[in-house]
Design a protein around this ligand. Structure first.
Ligand code: THU
Length: 162
């Protein structure tokens, strides 16, 4: 047996002002995107803003359904929209934020594994790293350059090769 270690790196900020202006704007756009969240079942609103190379910003919010598994996370709503509508416009950065009716969120909320896997797919497709920011409304931000830091064991295409 051999113990192996993978180390990941990320940047931590305590306030929006520490980010460059483009990233600040993206975080604030993610906050706006929460207003279209359809989350009557969880009371947990997630907003996403994605910056494309063309300058366009695409939005996503979680869309729940009374048949629970039919709903979708905010990140995948935005990414699938980009995949279908702007497939050749590179994804530069995405900002994600969340709010709940039940308590005050004090730390950045990170994405679920399924959303990370989808981010990994689009990063691979465009051969260009996607910057991800998890923005807490109290100001704290976690930022990674590329999905590898978030999902080092992503399922990859090489596993499918015969
Ligand atoms: N949710 C997201 O939108 N993104 C995630 O990465 C995790 C969870 C949504 C799904 C559901 O509508 C609510 O948050 C509670 O799980």
């Amino acid at each position: 047996m051999q113990k192996r270690t993978i180390s990941i790196s990320f940047d931590e900020y305590t306030s929006l002002e520490e980010l460059n202006s483009q990233d600040q704007i993206l975080c604030l756009e993610a906050k706006k995107a929460m207003s279209n969240s359809h989350s009557p079942y969880s009371g947990f609103r997630v907003g996403v803003a994605v910056q494309l190379e063309s300058g366009r910003i695409v939005y996503g919010s979680n869309q729940e359904n009374v048949a629970y598994p039919s709903g979708l996370c905010a990140e995948r709503v935005a990414l699938f929209m980009i995949g279908t509508t702007y497939p050749d416009d590179k994804i530069i950065s995405m900002a994600i934020t969340a709010q709940t009716d039940h308590f005050l969120i004090k730390e950045p909320v990170t994405s679920c594994g399924a959303c990370l896997q989808v981010m990994a797919e689009y990063e691979k497709k465009q051969s260009y790293p996607i910057n991800v920011m998890f923005y807490c409304l109290n100001g704290a931000i976690i930022r990674t350059s590329g999905i590898k830091s978030l999902l080092p064991f992503a399922f990859e295409e090489t596993r499918l090769q015969k």
